[in-house]
Design a protein around this ligand. Structure first.
Ligand code: 6YU
Length: 505
């Protein structure tokens, strides 16, 4: 009878695919199954057709594409990147996470803001943001959140501004746009939710962020192809992971398994080990019933405390561009707003004010005139509940204000992501929220049973972007977390192969 370990992987995003790929390349794990709730692999890597082209509903860039980035390496090996992205020069560029694209700032008063003024404010904001990363090893912080720190510093600085009143207000309004932009980066409703102390722990790799010319989805597709076909099951939502048990296969007496995984359709799978890679948003909603016996309090607390917000994309296709030909980024400033004044909370009346950045998809010869807007937070979740027609109406109105052209034609097509409503995701990506720290990320990543001396170790393992302490919220964090858990199993069985897969990050 087969005695080699049986392993299940739950979730076919980059973490699950990475873990499965690494395990299946070892002879020690011929009994590998990957269970995916949806009809496709990739999870939050999700390329979809929009007209004749492919757009990204989820992950957009490789952040920091350079040697140490495993997504960059894998994508290069598969031949999925263009030459410019792979050039040495590109790999060496350090942008600190915020690539600079030629941008135009429009205000709701129908004017284009002076680039000099915008640059002055951007320099101020990025200086302050850099400062927020310096609290990492300090025993105490004066305020709990990144947002409060930034506002406190801004309130100080305003007193020294010598500009006229109108310019002062405009500078504050531009700063407010940067706050909203940062909400998209962190995938949060407000920077007041993002913890100040641990903020500097998120690590950035060198390299100029790049995209996949044929779609990000090419990466999970290639990874999937490398796995034995029968090992991956789609439409298999897992409802319960039971561990610490003694389960027997009806057909095969004698051998017992500590883990039993049950799917929505009632099918059950027995295993020695299960690697759970479901998003933190799914765990927040279901962990009390999803894992049985329930998680130890330290892990359950980590799930509750860590942040998981929403960042969505709205693609708009126009017959004619309203932006200048060389513009790659459109940013929106609401002149009546300021980070020092509490924002309104009427979602229905003002959700669209949170959408402050549009990327112009490049090149137009390929995409036509397509904008990709980003919107984060509660406004983004509210947007998910609206119809396409309502979204078009609201955004046409905004764009008419920005351009001062009340007759501007509405976009001819819209498509958007709805990550908060997605039952197996429930948001976009994780952040370290006020009240949590990198220790919570590590606690979440800790396998079960916790007692390392347990005779049946590593029954339940945890991977996924939210389990990577320094690269959370990214595709490379997800992939590395999958490899990490695969390596944990490989070294348990101490196969000689387990040492061939360096480097480990
Ligand atoms: C990146 C980027 N990017 C935009 C948007 C989103 C994300 N990210 P998965 O969810 O992929 O897989 C889990 C699977 O499990 C899934 O298939 C489920 O269906 C399945 N499942 C769930 N429940 C199940 C069940 N019960 N049974 C069976 N299966 C089940 N990352 O590198 N570049 O440009 C962006 C962006 C709109 C939504 C992104 C980006 C995040 C990545 O997409 C994400 O981390 C990984 O794909 C997750 O992989 P996974 O395997 O873990 O889960 C200082 C500081 C600040 C910190 N943040 C700064 C970084 C900024 C991050 N940037 C993001 C930006 C964009 C635009």
């Amino acid at each position: 009878a087969e005695t080699r370990p049986r392993v299940l992987v739950v979730g076919a995003g980059l973490a699950g695919l990475g873990a499965a790929q690494r395990l299946s390349s070892s002879r020690a794990f011929p009994n590998l199954r990957l269970l995916e709730s949806t009809a496709r692999a990739g999870g939050r890597v999700c390329s979809q057709r929009f007209g004749s082209e492919v757009v990204e509903m989820g992950a957009h860039w490789i952040h920091g594409p350079s040697k140490e980035n495993p997504v960059f390496q894998l994508a290069s090996d598969y031949g999925l990147l263009d030459e410019e992205a792979m050039s040495e020069e590109n790999q060496q560029i350090e942008v600190g996470g915020h690539p600079l694209l030629p941008a135009v700032f429009y205000s709701n008063a129908g004017r284009v803001l002076s680039p000099e003024l915008v640059e002055e404010v951007r320099n101020l904001f990025s200086t302050l943001l850099d400062q927020t990363r310096e609290f990492l090893h300090m025993p105490q912080v004066s305020v709990p959140s990144v947002g409060e720190y930034l506002r406190k510093e801004i309130a100080q600085q305003v007193k020294e501004w010598t500009d006229d009143d109108e310019t002062k207000w405009l500078k504050l309004a531009i700063l407010n746009t940067y706050f909203k932009l940062e909400c998209c980066v962190s995938g949060t409703h407000s920077m007041d939710h993002v913890a100040l102390g641990p903020f500097g722990e998120y690590a950035m790799l060198p390299g100029l962020d790049c995209t996949f010319p044929g779609g990000y989805g090419g990466l999970p597709d290639c990874m999937l192809t490398s796995l034995p076909k029968e090992s991956v099951l789609f439409h298999k939502p897992v409802t319960v992971v039971r561990w610490g048990g003694s389960y027997q296969e009806e057909s095969q007496e004698g051998r017992t398994f500590p883990v039993q995984v049950e799917c929505e359709d009632g099918e059950r799978f027995l295993a020695d080990h299960v690697i759970i890679t479901v998003p933190l948003g799914f765990l927040k909603e279901h962990h009390e019933t999803f894992i049985d016996p329930p998680l130890p309090p330290r892990k359950a607390d980590a799930i509750r405390q860590l942040g998981f917000g929403t960042n969505n994309k709205i693609f708009l296709e126009f017959e004619q561009p309203f932006w200048p030909p060389d513009c790659q980024l459109i940013e929106v400033v609401w002149e009546d707003e300021s980070p020092l004044v509490e924002a309104g909370t009427n979602l229905q009346a003002s959700w669209f004010r949170k959408l402050i950045v549009f990327l112009v998809l490049q090149p137009p010869e390929r995409y036509g005139h397509v904008l990709c807007g980003f919107i984060a937070g509660k406004e983004s979740e509210y947007m998910e509940t609206l119809s396409d027609a309502a979204v078009i109406t609201a955004l046409t109105d905004v764009i008419r204000k920005l351009t001062g052209n009340p007759h501007l034609a509405p976009p001819k097509k819209v498509m958007r992501s709805q990550w908060h409503s997605a039952p197996y995701t429930r948001g976009s990506y994780s952040y370290v929220a006020v009240g949590s720290s990198g220790d919570d990320i590590d606690a979440l990543a800790q396998p079960l049973p916790e007692d390392a001396a347990d005779p049946r170790p590593l029954q339940v393992l945890f991977a996924g972007e939210a389990t990577h302490r320094t690269f959370y919220s990214t595709t490379h964090g997800a992939l590395l977390s999958g490899w990490r858990e695969a390596d944990r199993l490989l070294s348990l069985y101490d196969t000689s192969e387990s040492h061939q897969h360096k480097p480990r990050l």
